[in-house]
Structures are given as C-alpha cells and as structure tokens.
Design a protein around this ligand. Structure first.
Ligand SMILES: [Zn+2]
Length: 196
C-alpha cells in the first residue's frame, strides 16, 4: 500500500495511510498487530450493499425487507449495520475497519489488547473511534469498536459535509426517499463522537 494507498484492493488517502503506518509500527512494538480489513468504499459499492438489503436479496435481522412497506422502517433496520450510499464515512478515504467486525472480539484476549491500545494511543496518531457507546446520547449507528477515523482530515470533511450536502444530494439508489424522513444527515452523519 503506497502512493494512492492501495494493497489487496484497499484504498485510503495517502495522509491517512501514512498515519496508520506510524500507528501500526508503534503498536507492533508493544505486541499489538493492527490489520485493516476494510477501508474506502465508493458510492457504487455502498449502493450494492444497501440495495441487496433494501430489495430483500440479503436478510436484515432475519427479515426480508420487501415485506415491510414503510420506507422509514426499512431504512432504520438497514442503518443498524450499514450506511446509506453517500452518507458513509468510508467514502472519504479517512476511515477504516480494523481487525474484526465484531464488538465481542474486542472484549477479551487479543481483541481487548488491541482495543485498549487504540483507545490509549490512537489519538497520538490522529485516530478516533466515531461510533462509541450510545449511553451518553450519541445518535446514529451502534457502537463499532473496529471503526477508526483519521481526524485531521475527517474532521474537516465532516464540517464540509454539514455545510454543503443536502437531502437533494442523497439520490441514485433504491430507498433514497427514506433519507430525509430518517434525518440521516443529522442522526447518522453528525452522530459521531469525533468532531475535531
Ligand atoms: Zn467502518
């Protein structure tokens, strides 16, 4: 993964990747191995994930969503685990998923060691966990202990998003009509623990 930041089909902005390399080298010295399992996903790949669920090709919570007529409820269920296309931080080249997509993994053993290291040292390299526990009233996605964001860039992009993106821009996929009633910008894009 170098210029353009790609390896095994994963992409990040150079600045994000360089910061990650520094962080993972420091972690490795303390016996913690950080592995990127998902990085940038473009609109089309997010659209494919979303529409598979919206159109019932992939079950959500054991439910075929085409059996639910209320678009808001359909969207709410998908949004438990997946972003609506054009609202994902994975579009930005600043965000990545590390090691496992399972919060339980980070609760004991090797996973706990990784998570403890990230929460103690991630910020020294510019990284922040946007989707923390919701007990203090954060809106949006459930906690994701694997998702880390390079804040020097993503903090700026979030501000730009708030200033420039409207519901008129969230179009071009099945179920986009649910964006506004679900207030996805307010609840999900802005519902993060890292704000700069
Ligand atoms: Zn993620």
């Amino acid at each position: 993964m170098h210029s353009g930041g790609s390896a095994r089909g994963k992409y990040l902005r150079n600045e994000t990747y360089e910061a990650f390399i520094k962080m993972s080298a420091a972690a490795e010295k303390e016996g913690v191995k950080l592995t990127i399992i998902s990085a940038t996903r473009n609109f089309d790949s997010q659209k494919a994930i979303w529409e598979d669920k919206w159109e019932g090709r992939r079950m959500v919570e054991g439910i075929n969503l085409t059996t639910i007529s209320d678009p808001k409820e359909r969207a709410r269920l998908i949004l438990l685990y997946s972003s609506m296309p054009s609202t994902s931080r994975h579009h930005w080249g600043t965000d990545m998923d590390l090691n496992s997509l399972d919060n339980d993994y980070f609760g004991s053993g090797e996973g706990l060691k990784i998570y403890s290291w990230l929460t103690a040292h991630g910020a020294e390299y510019g990284f922040c966990q946007p989707y923390t526990s919701k007990v203090n009233g954060r809106t949006g996605y459930e906690e994701e202990k694997w998702h880390w964001s390079y804040l020097p860039l993503s903090g700026v992009f979030l501000e730009q998003y708030k200033n420039e993106v409207t519901y008129n821009d969230i179009i071009g996929f099945a179920g986009s009509e649910a964006a506004k009633p679900m207030t996805v910008i307010k609840k999900y894009v802005e519902g993060v623990a890292c704000n700069k």
